[in-house]
Design a binder for this molecule. Structure first.
Ligand code: PBG
Length: 323
């Protein structure tokens, strides 16, 4: 059947038709708000490269969470910035570290909120890598797993609802799963950053979390963004190792990979609209080159259409007010 019998515009005629036949609906409960929490500050401090986002002291982070909750956001992803960094990222697995403190406080103040914690060493190491380097600077895989396990257990102990490892070491999901199980946290799910590309879109985050690598780059552990078959292998390994939720990031440059994950696995799929995606929209909108609200809703809806059940986005509190 072709034109003039077939006319696609019939169903787009006016708002009633468009509303009735819209296929994808973004919901507030699809959104997760990432928040930066810094040790040793007393006032929130602005992140230059991410207008509107702050680093929060533990004592005041409930202001940010409370505002987002009032807007209808119920899930949060927490990143910590410690006062002291060292080669082994010691403050990452300190049971009294910045994230355990924030989690136990938020747990009590917001009993209905879902609290997810990022597990990775890069913000806690003085070299800024997600794993521990050897003398030649090579990032050691298996040695790093021990520390990631301790970090995950410290977060679970403090009351984290979901553990989200983002380091991209091999075998981390199996290692963290068994560490959680042995310590009595068998019911705490793991959301794995399974397909995490070595992306330049993380630039603003590295200012926010003070986590830029001091030498080299992350390409020996994060994936090549050019590879889709390899992305499938990463997803499959994490699923087989026991991940409960599989994540793809960055979101907009990886819509095909989100779709692949959605079609290949029956578990929940997550996608991360990362800092660079956020900052590009903010910068263009500030210049009047794009309409901020409609671009935010278009990107988030497209990420959901590609197959994401859960979307980490710095726009979460803002977007929630429009949904
Ligand atoms: C930690 C981590 C990063 C992001 C999430 N977890 C940074 C990186 O890998 O360099 C990026 C998130 C963003 O850009 O918003 N490894």
């Amino acid at each position: 059947m072709f034109f003039p019998i077939k006319r696609q515009r019939r169903l787009r005629k006016d708002e009633r038709f468009r509303t009735t036949f819209r296929e994808t609906q973004l919901l507030r409960r699809n959104l997760v708000y990432p928040i930066f929490i810094e040790e040793g500050i007393s006032e929130p401090s602005a992140i230059n490269a991410m207008p509107g986002q702050m680093r929060w002291p533990v004592e005041k982070v409930s202001e940010a969470v409370g505002e987002a909750v009032n807007n209808g956001v119920s899930s949060f992803l927490l990143f910590g910035i410690p006062e002291n960094k060292d080669k082994f990222g010691t403050s990452a697995y300190d049971p009294d570290g910045v994230i355990p403190q924030a989690v136990s406080m938020l747990r009590h103040r917001f009993p209905k909120a879902l609290i997810i914690t990022d597990v990775c060493l890069c913000a806690y190491t003085d070299h800024g890598h997600c794993g521990i380097p050897d003398a030649s600077g090579k990032i050691q895989n298996d040695e790093t797993l021990t520390y990631l396990c301790q970090m995950a257990v410290a977060h679970a102990k403090a009351g984290a609802d979901i553990i989200a490892p983002s380091d991209m070491m091999d075998g981390r999901i199996a290692a963290i799963r068994s560490a959680l199980d042995i310590d009595g946290y068998g019911d705490v799910p793991i959301m794995s950053y399974s397909v995490k590309s070595a992306s330049s879109f993380y630039g603003p985050f590295r200012e926010a979390a003070d986590s830029a690598p001091k030498f080299g780059d992350r390409r020996s552990y994060q994936m090549d963004f050019a590879n889709a078959r390899e992305a499938f292998i990463e997803l499959n390994l994490d699923y087989e190792e026991g991940a409960d939720i599989l994540m793809v990031k960055p979101a907009l440059p990886s819509l095909d990979l989100i779709r692949m994950a959605r079609d290949a696995f029956q578990c929940p799929i997550a996608a991360y609209q990362v800092s660079g995606e956020y900052s590009m929209i903010k910068a263009a909108a500030a210049n009047g080159w794009i309409d901020e609200k409609s671009v935010i809703l278009e990107t988030l809806t497209s990420i959901k259409r590609a197959g994401a059940d859960l979307i980490m986005s710095y726009f979460a509190p803002q977007a929630a007010t429009w949904l």
